[in-house]
Structure formats: structure tokens, C-alpha cells
Design a protein around this ligand. Structure first.
Ligand code: ARG
Length: 559
């Protein structure tokens, strides 16, 4: 429908399609029509006031059948769409509704989740996981070929610390029973000896005492290929991986590739060495290598010639481009890594890697529990797995109270995903169980429940009659629902363009609200509009299912 108006205006206003697309508005209230064209832009060319231009158009434009009427209101030209035709379109949709193929033959790499081996996943990782998964789904839906990479932090000082702790204090039985908990205990114990602080699972590495030295020695041994140290590292990786997989299983998130950061040590170092030879990087007196960015030294190799976080990322980016020849690569992390990625992109560009223009960092805001950040300095981090399990248990209670057939896991996981996705990535997320599981409000369960309600109407009706449907005299709630459904493809496209799944999350809520209003005002079964309304319910259900699919939220026919 929008394209009908755009076409009409290209002819009448002699503007380009994309210009019109940019200025065409959806008015705040339906009394001003469904779309509104502000005539200011034409004023100069036509040497007339925008009001006069709008008036002229309103009187002269010949309307296609899709448009019921146009009106001028001051400088605006308001279009009223023929609702019956819109409804016809909406009844025709199928399970591909919203799909399109702007992404044909384009490859997108998404680097997300990326927890650190040996440490439990924290709530920041859950946000990255849920966001990255949703963005991947959106790209695929629009015909892109996307590759999800889980880049595990399997090397770094935290690994050195864990190896020390493992040798000194490991409780083998505990590791078998609950690997995540035991590794966390070791890690916390080490940090208390070292007297370093843990915040949100990211310790501040400003200590450099005997304990820190021990950890560094272990790292060095690992670099040198010491067998005994490697064996411990392997054990830690395995135990830790088990913990991560439990979370991914619960979230039903998959990756195309899971790879340790350490894989890229040699690649990264080679690139740094080449850059040194070409004079693109410099050496400090102590041997550390750096690049100067905005007058500041950014170190890309440590003085003892070992790799650091950025060295690995340099190697990994170059290797990934070789492997995938991507059109875009998106890194999904906490906003605190924004500097890191800006520096990484600058360095790659300076080193002559033109693909650096295809790299994007998608930073996201903090997730807060109550008023506190997730972890405390004592290291009593709230474990992700526990958050998920607790949510599922609470969902179960709620379902039992309501004596319904819901699946607690789908409800609980959906509640968390929705809570995380309904805020734009840049915004903070306030975690609250009350909000996440509020069946009556802006929540995952409310939306899933709307889906179940639609399913039960369709089930009750049995078959529906597609042939002799007359669409006429739609009531307001029908019109609103039709219009909402119709918006879906456009919302998917903006979510993709803006890398912002909250557009789809908010849409799902608006769509469910429109459906529930319809449901309360317009009886379906037994009504004289039954055939039409059933098909409308069916289109609603298909659309909501697709929208929730893009968020990674599962639907249920009963709840
Ligand atoms: N492991 C890092 C962390 O937990 C995130 C890694 C993000 N990806 C990357 N290529 N640097 O903070």
C-alpha cells in the first residue's frame, strides 16, 4: 500500500522514490489518514506555499482503487487507504509473510555470545547471545546467508590464574558434579589471594603481585607447549564448555562455528611482525609493539612478545575474511568494548585490510538486577544458568496457578528473551522477574498467550471457508488488526537495517494488543462475519509466529 502511494507521488510530485519514502509519514492519529505527505519539500520548486500545493493535489490527483480518499490538512496531504482491499491482502498471507530477499548472495558474519573459558557466563553474555541469535534470524529471514561464530575467550590472564588454582585447590568430585561452580570457586579463591576485584565477571587486572606472577608463568608455560599445563588447560576448557552448552541448550541457540581465541595467536603475531617491517607499527624500548592512534599508544603485542586481546582479534578478523569473504561482520558485545573495536578497525585499515570497512560493532547497554550490577566484588556472581532455571520454575508456578497446559520452559525462556530484546540494544535492561513473567503486561508470556488464544479459536472452528468471503463494513478493531498485520514486513526491514530486534519485539506486543482488542469486541465463532474473522485470526497467528521466530521465542497452541 505504501508503494502504491509512493508510485502515485513519483508521478504527481516528480520526486524520486527514495526521497518520497523518506518523507512519507504515518500520522499520529487515524483521522489524518494512514499515510501523510508533507508538501514542504516542493515549495521552492513550485514557488507556492506547501498549503497551496497540498490543496492542489487533493483536488487533482486521480485515485487508484487502493486509496479511498485524500485530504489536505494545512501543508499535509493525507491518504486514506481502502481498508477492504487492505484486508483482502492480509487474508492472503502465508507462512512466508515478511520474508524478502534483499540479502540474496550476501554473507554476514556475526560474532556473538563469546564467553570466557573457566569463568561462568554472566548476564552480559546472555544479552549478547540473545541479541546475536535474533539478528542472525532476521538476516536469514531476509535472504542473507549468515554465519554465527562463538569466539571463546580460552586464553588470557584468567586462564593462567585458573591453572594455578587448579593445581593447588581442585576438588575433582566437585568438578565432575558441577563444573561451572567448581571453576568459579577456584577463580574466586585465586582472586581473593591476589586481592583483585571481580566486577561483573570481568576482573580488574591492576594487581601485579606474586600471585599475578604465578599466573603469568603458567601462561608462558602454555605458550611454550608444556604438556602438563596443556593438559590442565584442556580439562578446564572441557569442563567449562559443558556449562556453556547447558545454557545454549536451554536457550536453543546454535552457532555455525565455535572457536577459541587462542587459535589466532600465531596469525595475529605474524600480522604484527609484518606491520613492523613495513613501519606501520613501532617497538617500545621494552619490546612491546604499538600503533599510535590519536596520539595514544595502543599496544598490540606485549613486551614478552605474547599476544593480547587485540592481537587475537586482528588475526581472527583476517582469517575470517579469507574464509568467508563476508559483506559485513558484526561484533555483538557490551558497550565497554567500544574502544577496543574502534581501535581494531583502525589498525586493520592502517595495515591495508580494506575489508575493515565491512566491520561493525554493535554495542549494548548493561543488564541490571534491581539496582545493582549483577556481580559483587566477593565474586558471588549470579549464574546465568540459575537465572534461567529460576525463571522456568517461576513460569511453572504461574502456569499451575492458572491450571493451563503451558510449557514452563518455553514460557520462562521466552520471558527472558523478550525482556532482553524489547529494549533497543543501546539501552540498559532492568532485569525483573515480575516484569518478565507478567502475563497481563508487556511480556513474553502475554504475547505467547495471545498466540495460544488464536490457536484455540481456530481449533474450535475446525475448518474454515476461504471461498465466499465478503469484506465490508469492517469495525474499528478489525481495521486496526488488519493494519497492524500489514506493517510486519516493513518492521522486519527496519529491524535489520538498524540492527535492532526491539522493533520486532515491540511490534509483537502491539500486534497482540490489537488482537486482544479485536477478540474482546468481535465474536468470531457463530457470528455472521465468522468466515472473515477466522481468516483474520489465522493471518494474525501466522504473523505473530513469524515475529516471535525472529526473536527466538517459541509458540504454544495451548497455554
Ligand atoms: N570474550 C569477550 C568477553 O567476554 C568477548 C569477545 C567478543 N568478540 C571478539 N571478537 N572480541 O568480554
Amino acid at each position: 500500500m505504501k508503494d502504491v502511494i509512493i508510485k502515485l507521488l513519483t508521478k504527481e510530485a516528480r520526486l524520486k522514490e527514495d526521497e518520497i519514502e523518506k518523507i512519507l509519514e504515518v500520522p499520529p492519529s487515524s483521522e489524518f489518514g494512514d499515510y501523510s505527505f508533507p508538501c514542504f519539500v516542493l515549495s521552492k520548486r513550485e514557488k507556492k506555499s506547501p498549503d497551496k500545493i497540498a490543496e492542489h493535489f487533493a483536488q487533482t490527483i486521480k485515485l487508484p482503487k487502493e486509496i479511498e480518499k485524500i485530504e489536505n490538512k494545512g501543508p499535509y496531504l493525507n491518504f486514506f487507504i481502502n481498508k477492504n482491499i487492505l484486508a483482502e491482502e492480509v487474508l492472503k498471507i502465508n507462512s512466508n509473510f515478511g520474508k524478502s530477499s534483499p540479502g540474496k548472495n550476501k554473507k554476514i558474519v556475526i560474532d556473538f555470545s563469546a564467553p570466557n573459558i573457566g569463568k561462568p557466563m554472566h548476564i552480559g553474555h546472555i544479552r549478547s547471545t540473545i541479541l546475536g541469535d535474533s539478528i542472525m534470524r532476521i538476516y536469514n529471514f531476509l535472504g542473507y546467508d549468515s554465519v554465527g561464530i562463538n569466539y571463546l575467550g580460552d586464553i588470557g590472564l584468567h586462564i593462567g590464574k585458573l591453572i594455578v588454582a587448579y593445581e593447588l585447590w581442585l576438588d575433582k568430585e566437585a568438578l565432575k558434579k558441577d563444573p561451572v561452580q567448581e571453576l568459579l570457586r577456584l577463580y574466586v579463591k585465586f582472586n581473593s589471594k591476589e586481592k583483585s576485584e571481580i566486577t561483573e565477571g570481568l576482573e580488574e587486572e591492576f594487581q601485579d603481585n606474586e600471585w599475578t606472577q604465578k599466573a603469568k608463568e603458567k601462561l608462558k608455560l602454555l605458550e611454550l607447549g608444556d604438556k602438563k599445563t596443556e593438559k590442565i588447560w584442556e580439562d578446564i576448557r572441557k569442563a567449562s564448555g559443558k556449562g556453556f552448552d547447558k545454557v545454549y541448550d536451554l536457550l536453543k541457540v546454535n552457532f555455525n562455528e565455535t572457536v577459541g581465541q587462542s587459535e589466532f595467536s600465531e596469525h595475529g603475531k605474524k600480522i604484527v611482525t609484518n606491520a613492523l617491517l613495513k613501519g606501520l607499527a613501532k617497538t617500545e624500548k621494552d619490546g612491546a609493539v604499538y600503533v599510535e592512534i590519536n596520539g595514544q599508544k595502543k599496544f598490540i603485542l606485549r613486551s614478552n612478545q605474547t599476544a593480547s586481546y587485540i592481537t587475537y582479534d586482528i588475526g581472527a578478523a583476517v582469517e575470517r575474511y579469507k574464509k568467508y569473504k563476508f559483506d559485513k561482520m558484526i561484533y555483538v558485545t557490551d558497550f565497554r568494548q567500544s574502544d577496543h573495536f574502534a581501535q581494531l578497525f583502525t589498525i586493520l585499515k592502517r595495515f591495508g585490510y580494506d575489508f575493515s570497512d565491512k566491520l561493525i560493532h554493535l554495542p549494548f547497554g548493561t543488564v541490571k538486577f534491581g539496582n545493582e550490577i549483577i556481580a559483587t566484588r566477593k565474586g558471588d556472581i549470579i549464574l546465568l544458568e540459575d537465572v534461567l532455571k529460576k525463571t522456568i520454575a517461576k513460569a511453572d508456578e504461574e502456569i499451575k496457578k492458572r491450571k493451563t497446559q503451558g510449557d514452563a520452559e518455553k514460557v520462562g525462556v521466552g520471558a527472558i528473551k523478550y525482556l532482553v530484546l524489547k529494549s533497543a540494544p543501546s539501552a540498559e535492561v532492568q532485569f525483573s522477574w515480575e516484569q518478565a513473567l507478567n502475563f497481563e503486561g508487556d511480556s513474553g508470556p502475554y504475547i505467547q498467550y495471545s498466540y495460544a488464544r488464536a490457536s484455540s479459536i481456530i481449533k474450535k472452528a475446525g475448518k474454515f471457508n476461504k471461498s465466499k468471503i465478503k469484506i465490508e463494513n469492517l469495525n474499528q478493531s478489525e481495521i486496526n488488526l488488519v493494519k497492524k498485520i500489514y506493517e510486519f514486513p516493513e518492521r522486519v526491514q527496519s529491524a535489520c537495517k538498524e540492527l535492532n530486534p526491539s522493533i520486532i519485539a515491540n511490534y509483537s506486543f502491539e500486534l497482540s494488543k490489537a488482537f486482544n482488542e479485536f477478540y474482546h469486541t468481535s465474536p468470531v465463532i457463530g457470528d455472521k462475519s465468522e468466515s472473515f474473522r477466522l481468516l483474520l485470526v489465522n493471518s494474525f497467528r501466522t504473523t505473530l509466529k513469524n515475529a516471535l521466530y525472529l526473536l527466538g521465542i517459541e509458540v504454544m497452541n495451548e497455554m
